[in-house]
Design a protein around this ligand. Structure first.
Ligand SMILES: NC(=O)c1ccc[n+]([C@@H]2O[C@H](COP(=O)([O-])OP(=O)(O)OC[C@H]3O[C@@H](n4cnc5c(N)ncnc54)[C@H](O)[C@@H]3O)[C@@H](O)[C@H]2O)c1
Length: 355
């Protein structure tokens, strides 16, 4: 079973409470989750397990697949009667044949720290891996959910912030971020082709900075970085001048959005899933940590480290009206509440790891 240490019952309660009535259609279905050992994959697993235990007339069966490149097998734990955990690389290993009703492609190298270290693997999982999973979905007549990224918008023209799904992006084919950004863009093109030419029911999700309990200290995205610095009694390290902005979506809100795409997504459609309020600079994010942290917080600006890919976008904020209108998606958890919920989980765990 999923370690309750990683996903909080209270967050799962919120997620299950936010699902539409279509959730009942999952009864008896078979679902493949690629990248199932990752941060978001583990939430899907926990949600389906809770639905099996409490909601569905008959359980859904799960095939969880991961190459454990950036996640530890132990994080997933025993799936028990609900399905199987497969150690496989979606780019080269044999994929399970199904039958499947849904294929969720949440495999990827998501943290800038890791895609700086593994550029070819980052590109390959989003391109070769996506095509191979789409072929598996096509063969099984399954619906396909692709985890793309808000990074496909690159550094948007300020006139297009908040950014709609129709914005085409301002992205470079070259540079240390291209393996991630361009890989995700090609992955989206595969989805378009398989939907338009071959009739596969695809949906693309573009998440905007999802965070919350379960993020590992070794993830190196900004939220776990700040939490790890508090746990180690070190100053929050802000890269550059700290004026670059992002929006952050608490994981319980985001998972409701992802599940709504899975259950109600219009075939072929793409959805921004995030929380547009507030759009904050990294300096303002550090202020939020300072407001809610149980211990005093110091901040320090620093040069970008070599491990971090240069050319980061200056602004990132979603327009989520499409997901609101078509799916009824409405994030509810504000920044201070979310950071508070995350720190309450993260600080004792990260401190225990630090010894
Ligand atoms: N969490 C976010 O805020 C966010 C934002 C934008 C996009 N996304 C995308 O959503 C997906 C899930 O994100 P996450 O936060 O759970 O990331 P994560 O890094 O925690 O999980 C990704 C998982 O994919 C696995 N993986 C990588 N390459 C693989 C391969 N070739 N074959 C099989 N498994 C492989 C990794 O081992 C890991 O367990 C990723 O594709 C990511 O790019 C996430």
């Amino acid at each position: 079973m999923i370690s309750s240490d990683l996903i909080l019952d209270s967050d799962l309660d919120d997620i299950i409470g936010g699902l539409p009535r279509e959730v009942e259609s999952l009864a008896g279905k078979r679902i493949l989750i690629a990248g199932g050992a990752g941060f978001l994959g583990r939430y899907f697993l926990a949600i389906f397990k809770r639905l099996n235990e409490e909601v569905l007339a008959s359980p859904c069966k799960l095939s969880i697949l991961d190459n454990f490149r950036v996640a530890d097998k132990a994080l997933v734990g025993d799936i028990g009667e609900w399905g199987e955990l497969l150690h496989a690389d979606i780019c080269r290993d044999e994929l399970p044949e199904g039958p499947f009703d849904w294929v969720i492609h949440a495999a990827g190298i998501a943290s800038p720290y890791y895609y700086r270290a593994y550029p070819l693997e980052t590109l390959e999982v989003a391109t070769v891996g996506t095509e191979r999973l789409l072929r598996a979905a096509q063969a099984a007549s399954a619906r396909f959910i692709y985890f793309s990224s808000s990074e496909i918008y690159g550094d948007p023209d300020p006139a297009h912030v908040p950014t709609k799904e129709s914005y085409r992006g301002n992205v470079s084919t070259l540079g240390p971020r291209a393996c991630y950004d361009e890989g995700k863009r090609v992955g989206e093109t595969y989805c378009y082709i398989f939907h338009d030419y071959f009739g596969v029911h695809t949906n693309i999700i573009r998440p905007f900075n999802v965070y919350g309990p379960g993020m590992q200290r070794s993830d190196y995205r900004v939220m776990p970085n700040f939490a790890a610095q508090i746990a180690a009694d070190k100053p929050l390290m802000i890269y550059g001048d700290g004026r670059q902005t992002r929006t952050f979506c608490f994981v319980a809100d985001a998972m409701i959005g992802f599940m709504r795409v899975l259950l109600k997504g219009v075939p072929g459609e793409t959805y921004n899933i995030g929380n547009p309020n507030p759009e904050v600079s990294m300096n303002e994010l550090a202020d939020a940590f300072e407001r809610v942290s149980p211990v005093p917080v110091r901040t320090q600006t620093t040069e970008y480290p070599d491990s971090y890919p240069a050319d980061e976008p200056m602004r990132r904020c979603p327009d989520i009206r499409k997901a609101e209108l078509q799916l009824g998606f409405e994030p509810k958890i504000g920044l201070d509440e979310g950071v508070n919920r995350f720190l309450t989980w993260a600080i004792p765990r990260y401190q225990a790891e630090l010894g």
